[in-house]
Design a protein around this ligand. Structure first.
Ligand code: ADP
Length: 442
């Protein structure tokens, strides 16, 4: 077992990892930037170390400083959380070179799935259904054939994409060239990789993803699905498990394919296979080789602590859970609480002048903010996650309605009211929504 883990992250996810470590009897090291000196993850860790100034580039993305921090504090493993360096192949590689364990898959697996074109090819080869697409954009004739075959609309996507960046939906020939050019510029700027590809754009799919957990002995389990169709600007806002549209046969079928694919590539750690789901068909989009923001809804319905399991498999332990041990009980919903203007979505950093978080049976808040905390402007605007659990969807919804009412965050703008409106909307209540929900919502 690890003695000490350095958590290369901040905010709620740093706390989430820290809590799992504490329960496993593992000491923790927090890293922080200078503006995060009084952040909760720093206060709660056994040790902390400043890795640079406020900008993420100089601190939470500063690989030499983080490796130095791990060496100085004698950490034997690094947990990357999500975002920042969690899917950075070079980071995982350097950690391995320093004989520190990266809590995640091997750098090869990160690389394999980091390129969405390669990832789709691998899944295709394993029998997992994928969205129809074309990767080679150098041949105009081939592009024309592809479009003739799948028909508009299509979507231009960045091979190294993430966070909804570098995407353009195209509805007619006249816009194609311009959209490819624009997507390339955005992809180069955001991911330093201008490689883009085309995909059939599905007009009213759901975003449904499957959680996998694999050890280093070839054991693979899946933990059901999460429906993440409530998105704005291609970014998730509300997630739930299970999805209200899947039946057991469909769930078992797609889960089985995911397990086979993970076995085939010898994947290790936690991961998520993201799909679009339309007309009862699944289409693989990409795989995230890390813990997801929305992992708590899976934990609530399976009763399995994904972070503890992730740490345990990283030590080389065999999974103690069999597929037959896993069942989805009840329903869980997560609302991402963002410090942002509810309509313009412009971030709203600043001091929280009053804070009261909801509680009670079936209510979980994963957040690192507190009364008097100043939200810096340098990082993501997500400041917490409100998760509810009920023995059925109706109950989870009621709890969410009650918990959102109870949540008080003063001094900054948040999207709490927006969540209240979404949760009570007819379409959401019925579970009958797709990825276009937010664009039609007002
Ligand atoms: P990122 O890694 O940037 O989040 P994804 O490939 O996961 O990108 O896609 C994010 C979201 O963009 C999806 O959940 C979906 O809403 C939309 N999207 C991506 N590809 C397609 C497609 N082929 N058809 C329709 N919507 C898509």
């Amino acid at each position: 077992m690890f003695k000490k883990i350095l958590i290369a992250n901040r905010g709620e996810i740093a706390l989430r990892v820290l809590r799992a470590c504490r329960e496993l009897g593992i000491k923790t090291v927090a890293i922080h930037s200078d503006v995060d000196e009084s952040a909760m993850h720093v206060r709660m860790a056994d040790e902390s170390i400043c890795v640079g100034p406020a900008s993420a580039q100089s601190s939470y993305l500063n690989i030499p400083a983080i490796i130095t921090a791990a060496t100085l504090t004698d950490a034997d493993a690094i947990h990357p959380g999500y975002g920042f360096l969690s899917e950075n192949q070079r980071f995982a590689e350097i950690i391995e070179e320093h004989n520190i364990k990266f809590i995640g898959p091997s750098s090869e697996h990160i690389k394999m799935m980091g390129n969405k074109i390669d990832a789709k090819k691998i899944m295709d080869d394993s029998g997992v259904p994928t969205v129809k697409g074309i990767n080679d954009l150098s041949n105009k004739e081939k592009i024309n054939d592809f479009i003739k075959n799948v028909k508009y609309p299509i979507i231009v996507k960045a091979a190294s994409g993430g966070g909804g960046k570098g995407m353009r939906v195209v509805t007619e020939d006249d816009d194609l060239e311009k959209s490819i050019k624009e997507a390339k510029i955005e992809a180069k700027k955001s991911f330093n990789d201008e490689n883009v590809y085309l995909e059939k754009f599905l007009t009213s799919p759901k975003h449904i993803e499957i959680q996998v957990l694999c050890d280093s002995h070839g054991n693979v389990v899946t933990l059901g699905e999460r429906d993440c169709s409530i998105q704005r600007k291609h970014q998730k806002l509300i997630e739930e498990s299970p999805s209200s549209v899947l039946n057991e046969t469909e769930r078992d079928k797609i889960s089985d394919l995911c397990r086979k694919a993970m076995k085939k590539i010898n994947y290790e750690g936690v991961g998520t296979l993201e799909f679009l789901y339309e007309n009862n068909e699944f289409y693989f989009m990409e795989m995230n080789t890390r813990l997801q923001v929305e992992h708590p809804v899976t934990e609530m319905v399976t009763g399995i602590d994904l972070v503890k399991e992730q740490i345990l498999v990283a030590t080389g332990e065999k999974l103690q859970i069999n597929q037959s041990d896993i069942s989805l009980n009840g329903n869980s919903i997560e609302c991402r609480i963002n410090a942002e203007h509810p309509e313009s979505f412009i971030p709203s950093p600043g001091k929280i002048t009053q804070y009261h978080q909801p509680g009670g049976l079936g209510v979980r808040v994963d957040s690192a903010v507190y009364d008097g905390y100043s939200i810096p402007s340098n990082y993501d605007s997500m400041i917490g996650k409100l998760i509810t659990y009920g023995s059925n969807r109706q109950e989870a919804l009621k709890k969410m309605t009650r918990a959102l009412e109870e949540y008080v965050i003063m001094g900054i703008n948040t999207n709490i009211q927006l969540h209240q409106k979404i949760i009570k909307s007819d379409e959401f209540t019925k579970g009958n929504y797709d990825i276009n929900f937010m664009s039609k919502f007002n």
